[in-house]
Every structure is written in C-alpha cells, then in structure tokens.
Design a protein around this ligand. Structure first.
Ligand code: BGC
Length: 965
C-alpha cells in the first residue's frame, strides 16, 4: 500500500489569444498540424502514416469519443478526414468536421473532442479552433473553451470565451504533461441549431535531447510485434513458439542491466515524477509498475515508451491491488468465504478480472492465502478465514476466477498468492511483526492454501513482511526455494512485498541495501517491489561472486514467462475505448447483491426475522445506516463511494405503507483519544470523552421509541481494518456501544447488523438484540442484499469462516486447536467459558434442520469408506443447510493432530419436510496430513468423524482406517 499520498499534479495553464488569426497565416517552419476528423474515435493514431514523414506523429491521440456530439456528414468542401501538414509544408486547409452538438437551449457546454499529448517531451502547445457555427445558423454559438482534466468549463478551469465566428481562435497551453486530458468544448444556446465546429491543432515540441533525430519504426507486424526493431521475427516475438523457447531466446539477447531491470518493480501515482521514469523505461530498467492510476491511456503511454523506445521492447507488467472488486465491489474475502461456496468467489473474481484487465492492469495482488486466527490483526478482512481446507478451496477458486483457463485473454489477469508465508501469525496480532510458527503448523495450517493456489495455476506469489525463525520472508530460502520451487515445482515468480527487500536492513538481517538484494535474490525472491535494491547492486554482487548469474537468469526467466503467459508480447496495449463497457454491468451488480446475501451470517434470531409486513414503522439507527463508504471495505478498487446505502435500498424495498426513519446517532469513529503509558505504549484513554459532532443519542432513542422495530447498523470503521490496522480492542468504534445500549434500553426489538472487517466481541449486542446479522464489509450492493435478507426475499445461508470470540483475551482463537495433555485444565481463572461465542461454521437461516447420527459405510469393492447423514428440513420454509465434515485422527506419531479438522462441506437446499442423504468419502486426502518434509501422508488407525452444522457441534462416529482402505 502506498505510504505517501501523491501530490496533485499542477494544472496546465491555458490562455486565449484574442487576436485571432488564421493559423495558416502564422505558420512557422517546423510547426506540425493535425486536424481532427469527424470519425475520430479513441485509439485512433494519427500521423503514423510513414508517408507523412514527420519526426514523431504519435504525439497526440484521441482518448475519448466525441461525447455529446453528433457527427455530421461530410460536406463537399469539408470531406471528413485527417490532414497533416508536414514541417514547412503547404498552408493549412481545414478538412475535417469535428462534430456538432445539440446541447439544448440551456446554455451548456458540449464536448466536441478530447485529446491528450502522447509525447512526454511536449509541454506546451497551441490549439486553433475554428468556430464555423454561423455557417449553419446564426447566433447559436456563444463561445469555445478548453477543458482541462475533466473540469467543468468554468472557473477554476481554463476557459476562454470567444464570440468569434468563422474564425480561428487560438489557445496556448503551457505546463502540460502526458497525463493531462484536454477537451474542446463549445457553448451554445440554441437547441435547434446544428453547430459545427472545426478544430485544428498545432503544437511545438520542446526537444528532449535523448530523442533527437529518432525515428520510430513500426513495431506492429502481421500477427507479431517487432519488439527489438530488427525487421525480423525473432523466436521471442513469434506467438507460435512455445513459451520456454521464447523466454530463452529473449534471455540470450539481454544485457545484465536489462536482466536486472526485469526484476525491478516501481510504483507510479505521482504524476510529477513521470518524466523521471521515462529514461529508466527506455533503458529497460523497469519490469513492472504498481499502477494505481486507472487511466488506460496513461497506461498505454507508459507501455509505448517501454515497447517502442527500449532496445528489446519488453512490455511492462502492470499490477494492482484488486482484492474484492475493481469497479463492482463485492464483500471482503472474509465475508465471501462465509458463503462456503467457492464457486461464488470464482464468479466474483471473474468480474474483477474483466474490469481490471480492461483498464490495462494484467496482474492483481490477490488472493490472500493467509490464515486468520487472530482478529486483532487488521488483515484478517482480506483472508478466507481460519480454516486451511476452506481457505484452500476459496483461494483456488479465486485464482480460477482471475486467470480463467487463459490468463492472456482480454478479460483475465494473473493472480498473486500472498503473503508468503506466515504473515497472519504475527505476534500479538501486530502487523509486520515476527511469527513463531513451527514446521508442523506451517505445513498443515499455513501452507495448504498456497499449495492449493499453486495447484490452481497461480502465476505469481508475493513474499510477506513477517519473519519466521528470525528470517524475514523476503529472504526465506526454505519457503521460497526449498518448498515452493523444489517441492511444489512452482514456475512463476515471487515478488517481494512493498519495500520488504530494503526492510531486511531494518530487521537487522541485512547490513545495507546491497546485502539485502543479495540475500533476497539468493533466497528465491525474484522481483523487488519498490526498494530499488536489485538494479543498482546486483551487478556488483555478481562480480564479487556473491550472487551467481545463473540465479539472476533464473529469476528473469520466471518473470518473462509470466509476461508471455498473460499475452503482453502480443497485446502490449489496452483498447482504451473498451474500458467503459467492461465495467459494472447489470449482471455484475446482481452478482454483488447475491454475494451479500450469501456472505452475511445470521448469528441470532428470536423470531423477528424475516421482518413481518405488519411492522410499519422502522427506525434505522447507527452510523453505517446511510453511509456511502464504510460498507465498501478495506480495498476499494476503483470505487470509493457507493451510491446506494442501506437506507436508500431499504426505502426502495419496503412496502409503500411502511415508514423508515433514519438516524445516525453518532459517528462511526471519533478522533481517538489516547494516552502514553510509562513504557511508551499508546493506549486509548477512557477517561477523556471522545469528541463526536454526530452524537445524538436522544434523537436515536426517540426514533426507536416511535418504531415497531429498530435496525441498528453499527460496527467498526473501515479505517481500522486491512493493512497496518491492528486493534487491541474488539469493540464497536466511537460511541456506538453507548448508542446501542440506549436504543436497546427502549425495549423495542432490535435487529443489529454488524459491519466489520474482523469478528468483534460484542456481548451486549449478542444478548440484547432480537436478531443479529454479521455483514462484514459487504461492498457496493450492501443495501440491496441486506434488504433481501431482512425482508426474507432471500434466506441467509452463510456460515462463519472465522470464530467470534467472547473476549479479546481469548485470541488467537480457532476451532482446530489441540486436545492437549490436560483438556479440562488450563482455563482462564477469570473467565468462565473457554469456548468462542460463535464457532467456525456457525450460522442460522429462516428454517431449521435436523441431523441423523452419522453412519459409516466401510470401504468395499474398490470404493472408499463413506460417512453419511440424513438431514431434514424441520421448519416452515425452504432453506439452505451447510453440513460440514470434520475429522480427528486419534493417534498420530508424526505429531499430534487438532481436535477437529474440516475436510468437506456441501450446500443443500431443502423444502419444508424434505430429507436428503448426504455422503462424504473418507479417502486418504480427506483424512491425511502433511509431514515435516512436505509429503502428504495418511495413517491407518482410529479416527472420529462428524457431519455437523458447525465446528464443535454434533456427535462423532468412530472410524478405523485399515491399511487396506
Ligand atoms: C501490502 C500488499 C500489497 C502491496 C502493494 C503492501 O503494503 O502488504 O498486500 O499487495 O502493498 O500495494
């Protein structure tokens, strides 16, 4: 995550020269003119016609369609087309119709054409606009303007008005950069007029010495790209050659500097620094960017420099944190995993992949395979919960969603399993800490989800921030080489986490950046994210014999392989015009809504839910009720504000005769009041009341008293979740507890919806609410999905993927703990109940189910043994039950095994009274474990088998696995 907020780039200055003249009259030798064509569309490249013989003719391009414009048929004297006047060439003849608009009589600007500079060396230029309106109809045009970067054509935007007609107006733009977008806008006041405007463009190039006299050869050939510009099809340029051959062919052509460049990932965001990056790209020193910017045209511009202007034309790989959605925002992974429906995660990430790739990002830093056992750690939100089996299935599904069967497809991206490994076990739940993990726990708890991701074909992995056994992850040879490459045969590349290579120095594990670079690459960390430790140091390390060239070659191979696999060598550029259509389609919104209904866990229901139609007066109380941001979650992709809120969606969903009163009651968080203890620790200071401008508990109480039912929308602020957001308290943030207590004291039935990125310990909420939904951070469709559940249009079916503790003092807490030598001892003296409040797997719905005892059918005739249960819907409505298969191996000499381990589950829909017999095979996979050397093993012997509605529920059946089985 970026550590600094990039400064906003300065806005270019636009001035208008009122002394309008025809530009042909003022044409200076060396000027170049481009005229917009009536049929201009995004992606059009002008001037690439070699016949034009200009120095560089791709300096401007159209990046948006002619919005609000209606193209005019060409006239006899204005045939549509583009005319470029070569330096010192013939006088300008305007031959293109830019467009016309029908902007109505409400005096508004209509955009005629949008363009941007595509040559970083161009920082000032002039634009000539011919207002030809009066040719068609008098008195309709009021002015012309240049809009800069999407501003409205009024102050503070650069806007210049001219009453000229049939004349060229000249705007001069200075301080421009390639990221700026300029729009020619026309202001008109006559709704009937067909306004025609011609625009011509002239610019002057401020010379870039490194580009002097350069000609750009045509890269695109029939079916391949001449990336090294040698006019012949090299093996690496030939899409029909196998990837491995292409990698080797390219590797052979690379200098050491170019090789190290392929291991270097930088970050952009700060446009001011763009110019500084271009020479690096030209030298082939940048392999990848973390691309938080979003603008496909910008991205193409960067790519153009790498492809067109570097020696070998190796395309840049653009990566981004797309965690639970890009434009369409889904529930956080912790929520989605509560669906116990891996296919749902696959579908969600399929949408995210399409939206992301359309933007020109072909690599996402997801899924997160860390195991969530400690809710103090803010990043549990990004995980698929505490269980290795569920997490493995959900993460493999996410990989399939991102990558599909062909990650090169225009709607797929490369996945990145993170954070490798043991990041979630940080001491005290404090982010970035060390993790004490034994090999046994590593193999059986933390690694399986990564293993599953690798088996699903994930192309990349990110090493983590934590240390294990004193060794920080970016230098962990055991994890990255012995396990990942030697045992698992992983062929993709490992990227470090943000600055993690450099931070080996902070850990006290490396002496300086050069030492850090050596340790990381030798351990198997191929790409350096942001530290810039490899490029300046590894050549000297190789020279000194501390790093071998073979090690660097291997790392480069892995990076190139992925670039080939995502199709970058064939399609280095993204189609800018396709971006919009790939975002948030109606079916994506429907899927996001479905995800909310399948991720929200019903923890308690005294019978108030689903809400009866008789309840006419509903009060929605709490800071999340009408909030546009908190519902979205900790990684908000490209969407930071949700139009629908719970309040707006409920209003729409409720019967017309019902009333909804919305009261915020208090802020989701207050400015944290802290005090510093003697040992330097900073802790919340309860003695100082936090300030809260929204605090209106009386108003909330009054609304509650007047209501038939209260819905409370409370939780923790999203700012307390995700990275660098550990918590010492698992409480509601700000004054929400006081708000809840006061509302609950009215005696009105309260349905509480908890919005949170982690399980919170909320004893009063559990006790005093008539019903509780745990909604996590549900994303953009929170409102509609929750309305579906509240009103019973959809019945809840989610199950906790992470146990909810009674108190923070219990954590880390997870269902698959050991029996220990003294199972009944070791209790807390000051806390009666050792159990979690709600265990993993728990969740209710609007009907009830009954489970028969588990029946074991022994193995016979080559068929494995099976565990079977009969489940009956004993309630009054259709429902989905999620039976879970748990196993326990009673004796294991390799190492004691947990008291219960999930090894299967199903989602079954049953009508009232309907029964289903459900069987789970008891194969080696189901019963086995991983030994300390990484081998899967299954032991003959005694097991216990449960099929139950949650962990620590139901009665086990005994099962003996004989060697024959
Ligand atoms: C986070 C990663 C993330 C990376 C890039 C790091 O700080 O730990 O999860 O992918 O930044 O944004």
């Amino acid at each position: 995550m970026a550590e600094t907020t990039p400064a906003a780039p300065p806005t270019p200055v636009v001035t208008f020269d009122s002394q309008v003249t025809n530009p042909s009259g003022s044409q200076a030798p060396g000027d170049q003119y481009i005229f917009f064509a009536a049929n201009a569309k995004p992606g059009d490249k002008w001037g690439e016609d070699p016949a034009m013989n200009l120095v560089k003719l791709t300096d401007f391009s159209v990046s948006a369609p002619l919005a609000n414009s209606q193209l005019m048929p060409p006239e006899a004297n204005n045939p549509a087309g583009v005319k470029v006047i070569a330096p010192g060439g013939a006088p300008v003849v305007a031959t293109g119709l830019l467009g016309c608009n029908r902007s109505g009589d409400d005096k508004k600007y209509a955009d005629m054409a949008t363009f941007r500079i595509t040559n970083p060396a161009v920082t000032s230029f002039s634009i000539w606009v011919l207002d030809s309106t009066t040719k068609v109809r008098a008195n309709v045009n009021e002015g012309l303007a240049i809009r800069v970067n999407g501003c409205a054509p009024v102050a503070p935007c650069a806007t210049v008005k001219t009453d000229s007609a049939n004349e060229f107006s000249k705007f001069t733009i200075t301080g421009a950069s390639i990221s700026d977008v300029f729009t020619v806008a026309v202001l008109s006041s006559d709704g009937n007029g067909a306004h025609r405007t011609l625009a011509g463009l002239t610019f002057s190039v401020i010379p870039d010495p490194s580009m002097a006299g350069k000609k750009f050869p045509v890269i695109e050939q029939q079916g391949w790209n001449d990336l090294n510009k040698n006019a012949k099809k090299d093996v690496y340029e030939d899409p029909y050659q196998p990837v491995e051959k292409r990698v080797e062919n390219l590797l052979k052509q690379m200098t050491l500097e170019e090789k190290l460049g392929q291991l270097n990932q930088l970050v952009t965001g700060d446009r001011k620094n763009d110019q500084a990056l271009f020479p690096l790209m030209r030298r082939g020193e940048v392999s990848s960017y973390i691309w938080g910017r979003g603008v496909p045209a910008d991205r193409n511009q960067f790519q153009r420099i790498a492809v067109q202007e570097s020696r070998l034309g190796i395309p840049i790989l653009f990566g981004m944190d797309i965690i639970h959605g890009a434009t369409t925002l889904f529930p956080i992974a912790l929520g989605l995993s509560c669906s116990f429906d891996p296919e749902l995660l696959e579908r969600a990430q399929t949408v995210a992949a399409r939206e992301t790739r359309a933007e020109g990002v072909e690599w996402v830093f997801a899924p997160m395979c860390d195991l969530a056992r400690d809710p103090r750690w803010g990043r549990v939100a990004e995980t698929c919960g505490e269980d290795p089996y569920l997490s493995s299935l959900c993460n493999a599904a996410q990989v399939r969603g991102f990558q599909g069967t062909n990650p090169a497809a225009p709607d797929r991206v490369a996945a990145c399993l993170k954070h490798y490994v043991g990041y979630s076990a940080v001491t005290g739940g404090r982010d970035y800490n060390d993790s004490e993990i034994t090999e046994w726990t590593l193999r059986n708890a933390h690694l399986p989800s990564f293993d599953a991701g690798v088996k699903a074909g994930a192309l990349t992995i990110m090493s983590s921030f934590n240390a294990i056994d004193g060794i920080p992850a970016a230098a962990n040879h055991h994890a990255m080489t012995e396990i990942l490459r030697d045992e698992w045969k992983f062929k993709g590349f490992v990227v470090s986490d943000w600055l993690a290579v450099e931070q080996l120095v902070n850990w006290g594990y490396a002496k300086d950046k050069a030492d850090a670079a050596r340790l990381a690459i030798n351990a198997g960390n191929d790409m350096d994210m942001k530290s810039e430790a490899y490029v300046p140091n590894l050549a000297a390390e190789i020279k000194a014999g501390r790093v071998s060239l073979a090690t660097v070659d291997e790392a480069v191979r892995r990076v190139l392989r992925v670039k080939f696999q995502v199709g970058l060598f064939e399609r280095p550029y993204v189609d800018e015009s396709a971006y919009k259509a790939a975002q948030k389609k109606p079916e994506d919104i429907a899927l996001a809504r479905e995800c909310v209904t399948k991720s929200t866990v019903l923890l308690k229901n005294t019978g108030i839910l689903p809400l009866s139609k008789e309840l006419k007066k509903i009060a929605l109380i709490g800071p999340v009720g009408d909030d546009h941001r908190e519902i979205l979650g900790c990684w908000t992709g490209r969407t930071s504000w949700s139009k629908p809120t719970l309040a707006s969606a409920l209003k729409e969903a409720l019967p017309t005769d019902a009333t909804l009163t919305v009261v915020k009651g208090c802020a989701i968080n207050t400015v944290p009041t802290t005090k510093t203890l003697q040992d330097g620790k900073i802790v919340p200071d309860e003695s100082v009341p936090p300030t809260d401008a929204d605090l209106k508990i009386d108003e909330a109480v009054a609304a509650a008293k007047d209501a038939d039912v209260v819905i409370m929308a409370v939780g923790e602020t999203k700012g307390f979740t995700g990275e660098n957001a550990s918590r010492a308290f698992l409480t509601l943030t700000g004054n929400q507890q006081a708000l809840f207590d006061a509302v609950a004291a009215t005696g009105k039935p309260v349905v509480t919806i908890v919005f949170s990125g982690r399980p919170l310990a909320l004893p009063e909420v559990w006790e005093k609410s008539a019903a509780v939904f745990y909604a996590w951070q549900p994303g953009g469709e929170a409102g509609s999905g929750l309305a579906d559940l509240l009103l019973g249009n959809v019945a809840p079916s989610a199950r906790l993927s992470m146990s909810v503790p009674r108190h923070v003092g219990q954590v880390p807490i997870y269902y698959n703990y050991y029996n220990t030598g003294r199972p009944r001892s070791g209790q807390y003296r000051d806390m009666k109940d050792m159990d979690a409040k709600f265990w993993f797997g728990y969740g209710l719905t609007y009907t009830t189910f009954e489970y028969s005892p588990v029946k074991i059918t022994p193995a016979a005739n080559g068929k494995s043994a099976e565990a079977t249960v009969t489940i009956t819907n004993t309630g009054k409505r259709e429902g989905i039950e999620v039976p879970q298969l748990y196993i326990r191996q009673l004796v294991c000499h390799e190492g004691a095994r947990p008291k219960q381990e999930l090894r299967g589950f199903k989602r079954v829909k049953l009508q009232p009274g309907e029964k289903a017999d459900l069987s789970f095979p008891l194969t080696g996979d189901v019963l086995g474990y991983i030994d300390r050397k990484g081998n899967p093993r299954v032991d003959a012997g005694d097991y216990e088998i449960w099929i139950a509605p949650s962990a620590h529920a139901g009665t086990p059946a005994a099962f003996n696995l004989t060697p024959r089985d």
